[in-house]
Design a binder for this molecule. Structure first.
Ligand code: MG
Ligand code: MG
Length: 260
C-alpha cells in the first residue's frame, strides 16, 4: 500500500491558505445543504443548491465531470455508502443521507462529507452517524508532524470498535489532497499504528470513515457509481480535509476555525 517512490505533495503556508479558501466553500455549501434537508426534499434539489453556492463563491465543483460523475455533490441515502447520484429520490422521515462535496479555488481542492438525519430516525441510526463522526475526529487529531500515516486509521478504527459491532468499509479510503482531489497517499480507516510514511508539515489529507450498521461488505449499483452495503443496512460517511501545520492539525473544511 505504501509505495516508497510515490511522494506526498508538500504545500507552503500560502498554498495551505488557498486550500482553506476551498475548504470554506465546501463547508458553506454543506451547511446550506444540511439546512435544506427535510422529508419531502429530493436529492437533485440539494445538488442544485450546492452548485449555486459553489459558483456564487467563485469556486468550481470538484466532482462534476470527475471520471464522468454527473453532479456536484454525492448524495447517499440509507444503505448507500458513498458516490450516490442526486436525482428524483425524495427523502423520508427516518432516512440517513450522506452528502459529499468538493470544490476548487485557484487550483486547490477541498473535500468533506457529512451524514444528516432526516427527521426522527431510529436511535441505532443516530448512533451510527455519531460514532462515524467521532472516529473521523480521532483520525484528524493524528494528522500531526512526527506521527506516521497509519496512526490515523488506527485511531479511527479504535473509536469505531470501542463503540460497538460496526462494519468498517475497506474498499474505499481517505486520500492525500491538494492540486488534485485524490492524491497519494491512501488513508485507510483501519490498521496498526506506527506504519507508513512519516507525517510532515505541509501535507494535507482527506480523512473519511465509512461505517456500516451491519457487514462491511459493499457493492456498486448498475449506475456504475453508487456504493451500497450488501446486507442493505444503513451506512454513514463523515469527512474533513486537514492540513498538517507547525501548530498541529488544521481542519480546512470546517466553518469554524478548528486547530486540533
Ligand atoms: Mg469527499
Ligand atoms: Mg474524499
Amino acid at each position: 500500500m505504501f509505495r516508497k517512490r510515490e511522494s506526498i505533495e508538500i504545500k507552503s503556508p500560502p498554498q495551505i491558505a488557498m486550500m482553506r479558501q476551498a475548504g470554506l466553500v465546501v463547508a458553506t455549501t454543506l451547511q446550506i445543504v444540511a439546512d435544506a434537508i427535510r422529508p419531502g426534499v429530493c436529492t437533485k434539489e440539494l445538488d442544485a443548491l450546492a452548485h449555486e453556492n459553489i459558483l456564487r463563491m467563485g469556486a468550481s465543483p470538484s466532482f462534476l465531470g470527475y471520471h464522468g460523475f454527473p453532479a456536484v455533490i454525492c448524495t447517499s441515502v440509507n444503505d448507500e455508502v458513498v458516490h450516490g447520484i442526486p436525482g428524483p429520490r425524495m427523502l423520508h422521515e427516518g432516512d440517513l443521507i450522506s452528502v459529499d462535496c468538493g470544490a476548487i479555488v485557484e487550483g486547490w481542492h477541498g473535500d468533506a462529507a457529512m451524514s444528516v438525519l432526516v427527521g426522527d430516525v431510529a436511535p441505532e441510526v443516530a448512533e451510527l452517524s455519531r460514532v462515524t463522526e467521532a472516529s473521523m475526529w480521532a483520525g484528524l487529531a493524528q494528522a500531526r508532524a512526527g506521527g506516521r500515516l497509519s496512526d490515523i486509521g488506527h485511531a479511527v478504527e479504535g473509536v469505531i470498535n470501542e463503540a460497538g459491532d460496526y462494519g468498517i468499509v475497506e474498499e474505499y479510503v481517505g486520500h492525500g489532497i491538494g492540486t488534485s482531489m485524490h492524491m497519494h497517499p491512501p488513508v485507510p480507516n483501519y490498521g496498526k499504528a506506527g506504519q507508513g510514511p512519516h507525517l510532515k508539515v505541509g501535507m494535507a489529507l482527506a480523512i473519511e470513515p465509512m461505517v456500516c450498521l451491519g457487514s462491511s461488505e459493499v457493492g456498486v449499483l448498475s449506475d456504475g457509481w453508487t456504493v451500497v452495503t450488501s446486507d442493505k443496512r444503513y451506512a454513514a460517511h463523515w469527512e474533513h480535509t486537514v492540513a498538517i501545520t507547525e501548530d498541529g492539525p488544521w481542519v480546512l473544511t470546517s466553518l469554524d476555525e478548528i486547530r486540533l
